[in-house]
Design a protein around this ligand. Sequence first.
Ligand SMILES: Cc1cc2nc3c(=O)[nH]c(=O)nc-3n(C[C@H](O)[C@H](O)[C@H](O)COP(=O)(O)OP(=O)(O)OC[C@H]3O[C@@H](n4cnc5c(N)ncnc54)[C@H](O)[C@@H]3O)c2cc1C
Length: 405
Amino acid sequence: MEQIVIIGAGQAGFTLASTLRKEGYEGAIHLIGDENALPYQRPPLSKKYLLGEMNADRLTFRDQDFFDEENITLHLGEQVTKIDRAAKQVELSSGKKLAYDKLALTTGSSARPLPASLCEGVEAERLHVIRSLADIDRLQPQFTKGAHLLVIGGGYIGLEAAAVARQSGLEVSLVEMQERLLARVTSPATSDYFAKLHRSHDVSLHLGSGLKGLEQRDGAVVALLENGSEIAADLVIVGIGGMANITLAQDAGLEVEAGICVNKAAQSSDADIYATGDCAFFPYRGAMIRLESVQNAIDQSIVAAQSMLGQEVAYDPSVWFWSDQYDIKLQIAGLSHADDQMVVRAGKTEASRSHWYYRDGKLVCVEAISDPRSYMMGKRWLEAGLSPAMDQIGDAELDLKAIKP
Ligand SMILES: Cc1cc2nc3c(=O)[nH]c(=O)nc-3n(C[C@H](O)[C@H](O)[C@H](O)COP(=O)(O)OP(=O)(O)OC[C@H]3O[C@@H](n4cnc5c(N)ncnc54)[C@H](O)[C@@H]3O)c2cc1C
């Protein structure tokens, strides 16, 4: 094998390229990214970077020297426009063509835009998403003390943006069509905790309120809600979820659903083409899932690199995620369902606690709110397939170390 091409220079693409070298691959590696930036981490975009507590150069994984030393050829500001599977080559927006022996799609996901019918007539520069460095550069000049921000969507990115906005002195209203925050991803108890947290920071929450549309009126953007109320704002952040970037794979005739379908070795329906990270749709405990998390992008890309080099590997995700809002850190290990049984464990301070989820008596997920000990123990038990007794978990007087599942 002489040449590996990777499309998408984000977390997954960077990890795949560097793992190939760590595993001893000596052929050519081409890493192609359509952003004009060295590969960088996205989580701080809605946290410390937006808050101005982190510089852009701290976002990048490695500097140019690393790529030179590892002999990884970067093609930045270049979009792959076509995969020609018969000729085993990709075409770039510059007109360049690159042949591959193995190809990886690490194209990530995009922020779901607000349907055009809901924002006709609103100046485009008032509407924002948070996905890339360029998005933050565009947002920053309007992100000023005293401005009124409207956040549409009560998921992680919307909530993190709301928290940073309050810390930066903006007035914040948040609209969520579901009856609770984080409804898709967490339990009512965790939702309630974060609703209280944001209200205590004077975020005006509008839950269970669908957005009928946005209008531009007297220099402001006015949100009209299904319940008849109106909210005037200077700028809007739309945080209504992400969509896997699958068009390239679809056009190339690869099997796609909610993402690019891959097997446990991250191989697509074409054995020479892999997909990892946000864009991949992969098997997990009898179902197919897609995850938007750093850990998934890293671990799945390591498996893909090893598989490309002929190793027999299977991706078994240890799912974990975190979110920072104000001075609260939420850490989640595992995946919960709405119908799981939940046990609350009080933490050492009033603000801290953990929520433990059980399915058929088996521990499946731990959500720890400013409680790193519970997170660590829970993650360890989940990885070992162990389930501590529910009554012991619920007893905050009992030290976690004393529990022997
Ligand atoms: C604001 C924000 C906060 C987040 N916070 C957290 C967090 O706290 N914890 C956590 O675990 N995860 C978090 N995530 C999710 C995490 O960042 C992603 O899961 C991770 O970046 C996925 O990596 P990826 O490489 O699959 O995709 P990406 O990082 O999106 O990289 C994909 C790259 O491919 C490029 N690309 C796409 N198509 C083409 C093409 N045709 N040609 C060339 N290039 C292309 C894209 O422009 C992009 O640069 C957050 C994400 C965002 C946006």
